[in-house]
Design a protein around this ligand. Structure first.
Ligand code: ZN
Length: 438
């Protein structure tokens, strides 16, 4: 039985600021989080929370304590694909990704890569992520093993691909189904691990494989489904060629039972009105990956359209490493802000931080466990320093309130602003490798 308290400026959201503005924010200037056996026992004003408490207190003042960040889309085997030059989606997959992902067949490579990825997430304050592995079960297994060892809540899927990829990177409808099934039996619901059924996208899965993925989703309704939708014009044209009978890209997934409240659809940039209607009525989640959308030239996500009251679409935020260019959700927020500016839209700091915490948890149906720090929730916490760099400290001199401070953090912050990351109440941020070297 371990009990400890974290003290600092405590910030979290009780509602969506896109609906309720600043009233959605809960902020305690002198706050505390009381943690027992990895779960939040109490949170709020320090005087109240710490009354009658005489155990260990870790004092993080003057820093901010928030729920650990939630990253709803990334690719585990792409930590050495990130920063590959000069290609849009299809060329980028063929030239870089489909070469690199072959290495994930080797258990030692997959294990080293998974350890690096999870270290890097924790260094950036991300405590939960939805990760695609490579096609090889060993690649998914490696992420599960590392996540479980660190007690991180992760959602992991074995990528299914049975066409339009190099032979060595292909499974079959049957093997993809059976390998996924074995991983579900081994990991889904085990401690903090969950499985996502993961057909990469309609181009690399035959109708038979999509049918097998749909069968998995029916047989395991508590599993997630993750795939890509409407990222790039060439991709969309190719899907049209491969599925001439489908009215649009979303219908390809819909026909196979792959839309729904546990479906996480990466990108969703170039959607038709019918597709918006189908995503909204199926309660599926669109995953906004701004650094990737800019880097691969895919285009800007339309957040305002996702809030159209006729077809409101749940939206989550994600890095999409390695098409994305940063592991940091702070960097992702600012690139999200810039992306939306290109559409004449705004992303207030409260909305960005909500998306990266409670919003992500809601998208995953996990808001009772992560993203809020409400009593009873799992104690995943990030500690942020708004004066982490000279430029941040200098700008912070003129900050007047918490909203301006959050905007400074998302505009100038990165892993250097993360002082500590707690996983189930345990300090877990790796020390060392990304600190500045003398
Ligand atoms: Zn992706």
């Amino acid at each position: 039985m371990t009990t400890r308290a974290l003290r600092g400026r405590v910030l979290r959201y009780a509602a969506d600021p896109a609906e309720q503005g600043a009233a959605a924010r809960r902020y305690d200037e002198d706050g505390a989080i009381l943690i027992k056996n990895g779960h939040v026992l109490a949170i709020g004003d320090a005087v109240t929370v710490l009354k009658d408490y005489s155990g260990e207190i870790i004092d993080h003042r003057p820093h901010l304590l928030l729920p650990g960040f939630v990253d709803c889309h990334l690719h585990a085997p792409q930590t050495q694909v990130i920063a590959s030059y000069g290609a849009e989606l299809i060329d980028w997959l063929q030239k870089y990704t489909f070469v690199e992902e072959q290495k994930a067949a080797h258990p030692a490579h997959a294990a080293r890569n998974a350890a690096f990825l999870l270290d890097e997430l924790l260094r950036n304050g991300t405590t939960t992520a939805c990760a695609y592995s490579a096609v090889y079960p060993v690649s998914a297994e490696a992420v599960f093993v590392e996540a479980d060892r660190r007690d991180m809540r992760m959602i992991v899927g074995k990528t299914m691909m049975d066409r339009n990829a190099p032979e060595v990177l292909r499974d079959t409808p049957r093997s993809g189904y059976e390998q996924s099934k074995a991983l579900i039996a081994r990991w889904h619901g085990v401690r903090r691990q969950s499985f996502a059924i993961t057909p990469r996208f309609a181009i690399t899965s035959s109708p038979e494989q999509l049918e097998a993925a749909g069968a998995l989703a029916r047989e395991h309704p508590s599993c997630y489904v993750q795939t890509h939708l409407d990222e790039n014009h060439r991709e969309i044209a190719w899907v049209k060629e491969l599925f001439p009978d489908a009215q649009d890209y979303a219908q390809v997934y819909e026909r196979h039972g792959l839309l729904g409240p546990r479906a996480l659809l990466g990108h969703c940039i170039h959607m038709t009105e019918r597709e918006r209607e189908r995503l909204a009525s199926s309660n599926s989640v669109a995953v906004f990956c701004p650094t990737s959308n800019l880097f691969l030239g895919s285009g800007p996500y339309d957040l305002a359209a996702s809030r159209d009251p006729r077809f409101p679409i749940r939206t989550a935020l994600a890095t999409d490493v390695g098409g994305g260019t940063s592991y940091s959700m702070l960097v992702t927020m600012r690139e999200g802000y810039k992306t939306l500016m290109l559409r004449g839209q705004r992303l207030p700091a409260d909305e960005a931080f909500h998306m990266a915490t409670r919003g992500g948890a809601l998208a995953l149906g996990l808001a009772d466990k992560i993203g809020t720090l409400q009593p009873g929730a799992e104690a995943d916490v990030v500690v942020l320093d708004s004066r982490a760099t000279a430029a941040m400290a200098h700008r912070a001199e003129t900050i007047r309130d918490i909203e301006e401070e959050l905007f400074l953090l998302m505009t100038l912050g990165d892993d250097r602003a993360v002082r500590e990351t707690y996983v189930m109440g345990e300090a877990s941020r790796p020390k060392g490798s990304s600190e500045p070297t003398q």
